[in-house]
Design a protein. Structure first.
Length: 184
């Protein structure tokens, strides 16, 4: 795969900070060392997200938010924005470290609808009188940066994922997504 230019959110974690996170002492690092061995290498990777403008009621008050749903399989945590990411919040990166968007627009919108409905119901089911969601997909995709930490041996390599925007280690769903993409 050739390197292509993509638009991604500006990362909040540098390579050095990612290495420090993956090699930090503590229960999680100890678990990964026991499970798969020591950190072998790290790499940056980018996941495409579709950004939607959603109009929905919360406690009877109309709201508008922007949500981003991953365009690979819809399994990752969504991002929420007050406004779509502006040019100052994004960078252009030339990379080949990104999976191709494979989730259909229809399925992406279904997942978004389910997630927004859960958000509304968390506000109090009995306060919901009429649920009218209006969704609009904004043009293009935005890529979100991640750092991948590789543990183990070449025959049994495991992946640990650091969200480079939120500065947090992701769970098993993100690791599975990246491991499947890398195995393909």
């Amino acid at each position: 795969m050739e390197a292509v230019a993509i638009r991604c959110l500006r990362p909040n974690v540098t390579r050095e900070e990612a290495i420090r996170t993956f090699t930090a002492t503590g229960p999680a690092s100890w678990y990964w060392k026991v499970r798969g061995g020591s950190l072998q290498s790290i790499a940056d990777a980018y996941i495409p997200f579709r950004v939607y403008r959603v109009h929905f009621p919360v406690r009877g008050v109309p709201r508008m938010r922007h949500f981003a749903v991953d365009a690979v399989d819809g399994s990752l945590d969504w991002f929420e924005f007050a406004t779509p990411p502006a040019e100052a919040e994004t960078v252009c990166v030339s990379t080949r470290n990104h999976p191709v968007p494979s989730l259909s627009g229809t399925r992406s919108e279904e997942l978004l609808r389910d997630k927004v409905l859960r958000l509304i119901f968390q506000q109090g089911f009995f306060k919901v009188r009429q649920i009218m969601l209006q969704t609009e997909q904004l043009p293009g995709e935005i890529y979100l940066p991640y750092w991948l930490g590789f543990y183990g041996t070449p025959e049994n390599l495991r992946c640990r994922v650091l969200d480079a925007v939120r500065r947090r280690i992701e769970g098993a769903r993100a690791a599975a997504l990246f491991e499947q993409w890398l195995a393909a």
